[in-house]
Ligand binder design. Sequence first.
Ligand SMILES: *Cc1c(COP(=O)(O)O)cnc(C)c1O
Length: 393
Amino acid sequence: MWKRVNILMQRCKMQNIIDFIQALYGKKEFIALHEPRFIGNEKKYLNECIDSTFVSSVGKFVDTFERDFAKFVGCRYAIATVNGTSALHIALLLSGVKSGDEVLTQALSFVATANAISYTGAKPLFLDVDLDTLGLSPHAIKKFFETNCEILHGECINKTTKKVIRACVPMHTFGHPCKIDEIKTICELWHVEVLEDAAESLGSFYKEKHTGTFGRLGAFSFNGNKIITSGGGGVIVTDDEALAKRAKHLTTTAKIPHAYEYVHDELGYNYRMPNLNAALLVAQLEQLRGFLEDKRALASEYENFFSGLDDISFIKEPKGAKSNYWLHAIMFKNKAQRDAFLEFSNAKGVMTRPIWKLLNSLEMYKNTQSDALKNSKYLSARLVNIPSSVRIS
Ligand SMILES: *Cc1c(COP(=O)(O)O)cnc(C)c1O
């Protein structure tokens, strides 16, 4: 009897959330998790691009985008790529990561973070995240170094595997900045290079500095579901002129400029962003500030609403940080309630999605070394993303 009353109350609560989200978006039909908005110069620039016939690997939109993007995030150079995974891959190679090395990252991330590490021939090591940022935990890194590592000839050696830990890739989950300055300090002490997977955090700042610009190299994504999109695309950022030149060279088949000869001086990659995609992206970037404002407004409406519910909490930006609130997230008391809500909301046409399964639970990463992943496991069972699209049209 009490159980049935309880279930009825739960359903009533869940229906209230659905009603609230439908009111936010002003519709009863299907509401997506995150839709792109093309409400600026997208068509104009795409037409210009087509008329110019420069739709592929060279063209003014690639150059314009790289200049505008670098300016927005406050770094000297930006190198456009075909997607975020390839940007991360090249950033790792330029950080000196090579076959046989190991790279620290978080278990609670999208699979691309670990895949990019694996493409270099290195192996990821999965560490825990913080509950307040959802991103890689500086304490977890410190503990891992202190219990498992030693410095030999200026390199950080994992005593279990005898391999060099070459780099560390923190990720700013859903746009919420992790404690990147603390991570940098610890990693510098242990001779490990930090490069950020900032794929989700365009427009997010940690202590007034744009995420993705804390290390020598950073990577962003412009996939269809990201805060701005080029259909598919990515970018590498750096302040180092030599690294920027290397990044451009490696992403463009390592071809030596020549009027007609094919000369390639090393193993390069065809990772360049087509001008057509860059045309879309230049228009999207022009609207980013408006998108960011709209997302903050939506976040505060969600925050107000969920503060009235005692067993669900809305994930807010961490202290000292400004989040882009790319994907809004709520946390349930337990997995059963979370699963009931996923089922209920999706059946009602309001798209919701659980946070990722931990990367070491995936087949190809199941034997990967990790720490206890206490917070990661807790979050992985309880977090749900709710509709987050920009509402201006
Ligand atoms: C989107 C994303 C990427 C890169 O994705 P692409 O689809 O290759 O552009 C990398 N890491 C994280 C955490 C992401 O969310």
